[in-house]
Design a protein around this ligand. Structure first.
Ligand SMILES: *Cc1c(COP(=O)(O)O)cnc(C)c1O
Length: 254
């Protein structure tokens, strides 16, 4: 059986060591749990260990997990798992089809995979509808990260690095109901450390350019780093790593 609390302690240890090596403040990097295919018991075990940040790839799983967490609060199973407070933050880290956007925005507090103006525009429209329905405050912008295809892999989603600043500027100038908080990337999937570091440094440099855009000085989030490359990402300035395997064990499905 996978000991989730133990695995979380190990990941937290790796994070602390990487922060120290990189000369970064202890605790400056956030840990997001990549929750795909995890049953609610595993999420509750992570909550019991103190974690509160979830990332989901698939909107159906996101919805099911949020409902299951609610139910676990209502039927006492959360308490039995040692969780007295179910307050948490959920983020979308997988590609979202436009017909799933309204569910995504209902259940998640941020979408980290925006890579086209069209998607941002759909989020803005949906946010206006949420405001009209009283689900969001008047003028409240919906938070997003822009996904960068920093590895150049044709199979990866994400905006081309060369187009990122134009995309961000266009969104920032024309869509007040969308709030860009930073960038997300998936590092190059290769044992070649130099290539992995390059994906992260490209994203970090784009982050600096992003914050120079008027109104985006606070777009500081850099979501990068997974089980196999979290140390490299932290050394390159990641503010948030997304960890699945090192916490929950190998996934049954992929
Ligand atoms: C699954 C997933 C992760 C976590 O990957 P691990 O290697 O299992 O830690 C991170 N980010 C995204 C977008 C994912 O889909």
């Amino acid at each position: 059986m996978v000991d989730i609390a133990h695995n979380i302690a190990l990941v937290r240890g790796r994070m602390a060591a990487a922060e120290q090596r990189a000369g970064r403040r202890a605790g400056s990097v956030k840990l997001m749990l990549a929750a795909k295919y995890q049953p609610v018991e595993n999420l509750l075990a992570a909550f019991a260990a103190g974690e509160r940040l979830l990332g989901h790839n698939m909107i159906q799983q996101l919805e099911a997990a949020e409902e299951a967490l609610n139910a676990a609060g209502a039927d006492g199973s959360a308490l039995r798992a040692g969780v007295t407070n179910l307050t948490h933050t959920t983020t979308v880290i997988g590609h979202v089809q436009s017909n799933k956007l309204s569910h995504a925005m209902h259940y998640a507090q941020r979408i980290d995979t925006v890579d086209t103006f069209k998607t941002a525009q759909q989020i803005a429209r949906r946010q206006q509808a949420r405001i009209d329905a009283g689900e969001a405050k008047i003028g409240e912008a919906y938070p997003i990260l822009l996904q960068v295809n920093s590895s150049g892999a044709p199979t990866q989603f994400g905006c081309e690095p060369a187009d990122l600043i134009e995309l961000a500027t266009h969104i920032s100038e024309t869509l007040p109901l969308v709030s860009i908080r930073g960038l997300m990337t998936i590092g190059a999937n290769t044992p070649d450390t130099t290539a992995v570091i390059r994906s992260f440094s490209i994203t970090r440099d784009l982050g600096s350019q992003l914050r120079a855009i008027p109104g985006l000085a606070d777009a500081t989030e850099l979501s990068m780093g997974m089980t196999n490359d979290m140390e490299l990402a932290i050394e390159q300035g990641s503010t948030e790593i997304r960890i699945g395997t090192a916490i929950f064990g190998p996934r049954a499905q992929k």
